[in-house]
Design a protein around this ligand. Structure first.
Ligand code: G4P
Length: 289
């Protein structure tokens, strides 16, 4: 969502959203954390675990249509080793979402049983979505509530001001997601968020950003990237990343007066094409890192 890209994360802002998430936590049984499958580290917020404490969590590796399938598998295994279910999903097409409800039920199995043991005949358990801006929270909520359609009717005993979606006969979802702030302390995090378009790049030096992106592409070039710019192996080894940026600009005829190469235009082109998936499916963070 365009508006989200403009969010400035001042300390006051973070405190406010943290408070909102904490208020939501009191009402729910499981947290659904949405992260970007291409950058699972940079798109998650390590503070979340401290905020949710012992509350169970399910992770959605969203935008898996744009991530490298082998890397996504590695992330699923990584989370499994840490006792967390992570589901690769594509909330734009809905792919992978059929596993969502069964997975939430699995996580909440003991809680359902405990409720039934207490004599509650038809227990309803609740969940809340959290994630950084642009990770796909609205897309997920639209998809999952379109499948089930109904918003929960106002009824006695339900806290006023909170709207719930019925996800299945025994699961409900808070309709307002918790917006997490990205963890910008590490410059690399901000850079990867900018690569994927999660934060606006016009506040950053786009050419420097492109040079750093090309550093990554030089070490893990995809066929699509090589073919798109008709690059040879030598083009990668003989040029540093700035020279490679110039070469790409030259190949696309991006010249300014005096025959110089317009590296700013070339940088913008690289990000447009990368975000559009023209360089193939690329994951920028692996569990080993
Ligand atoms: P938010 O609520 O967390 O801020 O994110 P939102 O759902 O608005 O999604 C941000 C952008 O990411 C949207 O693109 C959305 O379509 C896209 N998106 C969400 N999930 C997926 C996914 O699984 N795969 C892909 N490829 N894209 C996804 P947009 O540019 O704002 O709009 P549009 O391209 O849909 O027109």
């Amino acid at each position: 969502m365009e508006a989200n890209q403009n969010i400035q994360w001042f300390p006051g802002h973070m405190t406010k959203t943290k408070r909102q998430i904490q208020a939501g936590l009191k009402l729910i049984d499981v947290v659904i954390e949405i992260i970007d499958a291409r950058i699972p580290v940079s798109s998650s917020n390590p503070d979340l675990n401290g905020i949710i404490q012992s509350k169970p969590k399910l992770v959605l590796l969203n935008k898996c249509d744009k991530a490298d399938i082998n890397a996504t598998r590695k992330w699923v295994d990584y989370y499994a080793k840490n006792g967390i279910i992570a589901l690769p999903v594509d909330c734009k097409s809905g792919r992978g979402l059929n596993k969502f409800v069964p997975s939430v039920r699995k996580i909440l199995e003991k809680k359902f049983e405990a409720q039934k043991a207490k004599g509650i005949k038809n227990p309803i358990l609740r969940m809340m979505i959290v994630g950084i801006p642009n990770v796909g929270k609205s897309s997920f909520i639209n998809r999952i509530s379109r499948q089930t359609r109904a918003k929960v009717e106002d009824r006695p005993g339900v806290t006023r001001g909170n709207q719930w979606y019925t996800i299945s006969k025994d699961l409900e979802m808070l309709d307002t997601p918790g917006v997490l702030w990205p963890k910008f302390d590490d410059q690399k995090v901000g850079e990867k968020l900018a690569f994927t378009g999660a934060i606006k790049d016009n506040i950053l030096d786009i050419e420097l950003l492109a040079v750093n992106f090309l550093n990554l592409m030089k070490s893990h070039p995809t066929q699509e990237f090589m073919q798109r710019f008709k690059l040879s192996e030598n083009d990668l080894t003989d040029n540093d990343s700035y020279e490679l940026l110039k070469l790409i600009g030259k190949k696309r005829g991006m010249l300014i007066s005096g025959g110089e190469i317009d590296t700013e235009r070339a940088a913008n082109l690289i990000f447009d094409e990368y975000r559009d998936g023209k360089f193939g499916n690329i994951t920028l963070e692996y569990p080993e890192e």
